[in-house]
Ligand binder design. Sequence first.
Ligand code: PLP
Length: 442
Amino acid sequence: MDASEFRRRGKEMVDYVADYLEGIEGRPVYPNVEPGYLRPLIPTEAPQEPEAFEDVINDLEKIIMPGAASPACTELETVMMDWLGKMLQLPEEFLAGKDGEGGGVIQGSASEATLVALLAARTKVTRRLQAASPELTQAAIMEKLVAYFSDQAHSSVERAGLIGGVQMKAIPSDGKFAMRASALQEALERDKAAGLIPFLVVATLGTTSCCSFDNLLEVGPICKKEDMWLHIDAAYAGSAFICPEFRHLLNGVEFADSFNFNPHKWLLVNFDCSAMWVKKRTDLTGAFKLDPVYLKHSHQDSGLITDYRHWQIPLGRRFRSLKLWFVFRMYGVKGLQAHIRKHVQLAHKFESLVRQDSRFEICAEVTLGLVCFRLKGSNQLNEALLQRINNAKKIHLVPCHLRDKFVLRFAICSRMVESAHVQFAWEHIRELGEDVLRAEKK
Ligand code: PLP
């Protein structure tokens, strides 16, 4: 949708809302639908090709409005998370289907998803240990719990441990910045010998610093053997798994208990929308369920409906699945795949420009839309380069540390980015690089 169509459609939407408000007296107060009404009304999978905006809007009136804010909000979310799960080829166990044990929920952020997984895992292990030894108090168990994450994981992972009141240990990553079996096993053995209780591993697919991938095929079986919850944080990289050529990066997801990524990062969905799936919904509902009288409803224990309030930290929730529904239908799976592929191709273009200049080096494998690079030389030199780039305000780069190296990160982000922008950015960086090298020689 270009700017002029967006302007026109936006005005139509304002009219739609105004008409709704004007005609509100004529609408039913209470939705006249039965649980599960929505799923049969829409396809079982996202369309491959883009659809017309009119078709989506017509369905809004036909399918969503009869279910008002709820149950339509809940039911569309469950079905959209199944659509998205199928786009990623997630194992069947993560899908809700009509009566699956798993399913997806839209959280606000990857940080929340990690925290929810950690709290659910904490409850699960506590109940398991108390079932075997009823004399154990929750406090006695809590002080021994330990969770693991790679030293490349996002800070939100360690923060989940801080909030959840459990010890977190960073596992040293390998030469490709990936968490591997040997380092995890070593930490586990040491901690078990010290009387600690390992209960959770958070693996990252697409780390923030350099988009590295923890080795799920190694880490997963260890989690199974040790009865530890495996949560996967693929906040950025997850969107790429809708492309068959990148799906292999998700191999090993079958070992996970929960998986999360942010469609708001790279799947053209506006902030906020963080997609989380679990294999066993009872792991969440079992951990977070409380039913005060003011939240009771007639389908409470019928098993017919999903009560998302038990899957998350807040009670109230937004109708975020509408964004997924619109985006999936307006782009089609093929349109979304084309968007991802274009960004990856542009990242490789930037990578090859860097490689052609022997004064620069690439610092980590380029797999998706992020290129880590630097001038060959000291950290001060690269800090000076970054400062010049960001002071010039023509492009914006965020740095990272990879081991002891200060590294610049070139991230392809915008929906509107073109090859010419990448070329422009590189020439700008190269010129400033020359300035920095000249200044160093003086
Ligand atoms: N995990 C990874 C790998 C990230 O790159 C980020 C943010 O960049 C996060 C988690 C945090 O995401 P959120 O802002 O959704 O909590």
